[in-house]
Design a protein around this ligand. Structure first.
Ligand code: UQ1
Length: 441
C-alpha cells in the first residue's frame, strides 16, 4: 500500500499494466482483500482459484509490487534493485479482480469499503492485508534530509539504492544505523545493514577511520535471547557500537547531525544526545494506516483487532486480517505472513462453505534472516507468542552460515515469486519435518 505513494512509475512499467476494468466490474464481491502485498496476494490467489472468477477483489493502489525482503541486499550492494519488483498486474491472480485504488474507509456494519474516489465496494467477507505505513514525517527534519547528504533508508524503494551509493562514498567519520520505538516490519533490517556496511568499509580499507554505531530505541538488540546473544557477539567482534534506548528524534541534514532521545531508566534517561554522521541509515517510525485506525475494526493501537490463533476479527466474524496491519503479537515479516496465510485461508474457506471443521490456529511463527556479510547469515526462526526457536534445519541457526545465506538470498526470492504470491507457500513447516526431524515442533 505504501508503495503507492512512492512507486517508480516508469514508462516500461506502465506498458505492462493490464487495464483494470473497474468501471465494468461488479461493485460487490464474495471476498474483498485490502492490499496486494505478500499477505494479500498469498490469500487472494488461493481464494480466487477456489471461489471462481471475479468472486474476489484486491484493492491495491500501487502499480508495482516490491519484494521487500530483498531490500537489505540491495542496500548492501549484494542484489540489483531490478530484481525486487514486478508489475502488480503480473502478480495478481487472473481469477481475481484488481481494483487499482487506495482504500479510504472501512464500514464493517454495512459491509462496505469506500475507495479513495468515493466509490463503495461491498463484501460478504473482508480480508485486511494493508501493511503498515512508513512515517518519515515522524522524525523532525528527516523528510528534507533523506536521499541526500548521506541519509538513506532500505525501507523505501525510493531510497534503498541511495544506501549503497552513499556507503561507497564514506571514507571517515561516523556511520549510524537507527531503530525506532514503534512496531516495525522486519525488525532485523535496521541492524543487518550495519553488518553489510562494516564489511564494505573493510573491503575499501577505510574501516579504521569509520566508527559504526547501531542506535536502537529498544532495550535489547533482538527480542529472542538465543539470537540476541548471537547478534551481540557479531556486533562485538566487528567493533560495532550498540547503543540501547536511543530513539532518533531529529536529523539535521545541513550540518549532518542526528539527535537521539535517551529512553529507559538509566542515568541519561530523558536527555538528548547529538551525534555527527557521514552516513545515516534510518528506519522510520511506522504506524497503522489512518483508514484502519479510524475504523471500528481497529484496536486502541490502530491495528486490526483479530484473534491471535484463528486470525478472525474479535467483533466482526466476516472479517480477517494478516500481516503487518494486524494485531498479531509477533514480529512482522513475510515469513510470518506466509504461515498466517494458510491459517486464514483454511478458516475463511470453512466459514464460507459452512463446514464445522475445528479452526486452524496460528502459533506465532516468524523468521528473521539476519544477513551479517557476504555468504554469512543468522537465520532466526521462532514463535513470537512463546519466544521459543522453531528452526527448520538441523544445525544451530544462531551461528552465521553460508547455507543460511544461500537459502535467504537465492532460494527464498524464487519461492516468493513462484509460490508465496501464488498462495502455495505456507512457510517451511514441511521442510522442517525432514531437515530437522528432532525439532519439537
Ligand atoms: C519464509 O518462509 C519466507 O517467506 C517466503 C521468507 O520471506 C522471504 C523468509 O525470509 C523466510 C526466512 C522464510 C522461512 C523459510 C525458511 C526456509 C527458513
Amino acid at each position: 500500500m505504501l508503495a503507492a505513494k512512492i512507486a517508480t512509475r516508469t514508462a516500461r512499467h506502465r506498458s505492462w499494466v493490464r487495464l483494470a476494468s473497474t468501471a465494468t466490474a461488479p461493485s460487490s464481491y464474495k471476498v474483498v482483500v485490502i492490499g496486494g502485498g505478500a499477505g494479500g496476494l498469498a490469500v487472494s490467489s488461493t481464494l480466487s482459484k477456489q471461489l471462481g472468477k471475479n468472486e474476489v477483489a484486491v484493492i491495491e493502489p500501487s502499480e508495482t509490487h516490491y519484494q521487500q525482503p530483498l531490500f537489505t541486499f540491495v542496500g548492501g550492494g549484494l542484489k540489483r534493485f531490478e530484481e525486487t519488483y514486478r508489475p502488480t498486474s503480473d502478480v495478481i491472480a487472473p481469477e481475481a479482480q484488481w481494483i487499482n485504488q487506495a482504500a479510504a474507509q472501512i464500514d464493517p456494519d454495512s459491509n462496505t469499503v469506500t475507495l479513495a474516489d468515493g466509490t463503495k465496494v461491498a463484501y460478504e467477507y473482508l480480508v485486511v492485508a494493508a501493511g503498515i505505513e512508513l512515517d518519515f514525517a515522524g522524525i523532525k527534519g528527516l523528510e528534507s534530509a533523506i536521499g541526500k547528504n548521506g541519509v538513506a533508508s532500505n525501507y523505501s524503494p525510493r531510497y534503498v539504492q541511495k544506501t549503497f551509493e552513499f556507503l561507497q562514498g564514506v571514507k571517515e567519520g561516523n556511520a549510524l544505523f537507527t531503530m525506532p520505538a514503534t512496531p516495525v516490519k522486519c525488525a532485523g533490517a535496521p541492524q543487518k545493514i550495519a553488518y553489510l556496511a562494516d564489511e564494505l568499509f573493510r573491503e575499501k580499507g577505510v574501516r579504521d577511520k569509520v566508527a559504526v554505531g547501531y542506535y536502537t530505541a529498544l532495550g535489547k538488540i533482538f527480542a529472542i535471547e538465543k539470537y540476541a546473544n548471537a547478534m551481540n557477539e557479531v556486533a562485538r567482534s566487528r567493533d560495532i557500537g550498540v547503543n540501547l534506548f536511543h530513539d532518533l528524534v531529529e536529523v539535521d541534514g545541513a550540518t549532518k547531525k542526528a539527535t537521539f532521545k535517551v529512553l529507559g531508566a538509566g542515568p541519561q534517561a530523558g536527555e538528548t544526545v547529538t551525534v555527527p554522521y557521514e552516513f545515516l541509515h534510518v528506519t522510520p517510525p511506522m504506524k497503522p494506516f489512518d483508514f484502519i485506525k479510524s475504523s471500528a475494526i481497529s484496536n486502541a493501537a490502530g491495528f486490526v483487532d483479530i484473534d491471535k490463533g484463528t486470525l478472525q476479527h474479535t467483533k466482526y466474524p466476516n472479517i480477517y486480517s494478516i500481516g503487518d496491519c494486524s494485531s498479531l503479537p509477533t514480529s512482522k515479516t513475510a515469513a510470518a505472513a506466509a504461515a498466517q496465510s494458510s491459517v486464514l485461508k483454511y478458516n475463511l474457506l470453512n466459514q464460507i462453505r459452512g463446514t464445522n471443521a475445528p479452526a486452524a490456529e496460528y502459533n506465532g511463527y516468524t523468521s528473521c534472516p539476519l544477513v551479517t556479510g557476504k555468504n554469512k547469515l543468522v537465520l532466526a526462526e521462532f514463535s513470537g507468542y512463546t519466544g521459543a526457536p522453531h528452526e527448520t534445519f538441523f544445525f544451530d541457526q544462531a551461528k552465521e552460515h553460508a547455507f543460511s545465506y544461500w537459502v535467504t538470498a537465492d532460494a527464498l526470492p524464487a519461492v516468493y515469486w513462484s509460490s508465496m504470491l501464488k498462495g502455495t507457500w505456507h512457510g517451511p513447516a514441511t521442510i522442517r519435518k525432514f531437515a530437522n526431524p528432532t525439532a519439537k515442533n
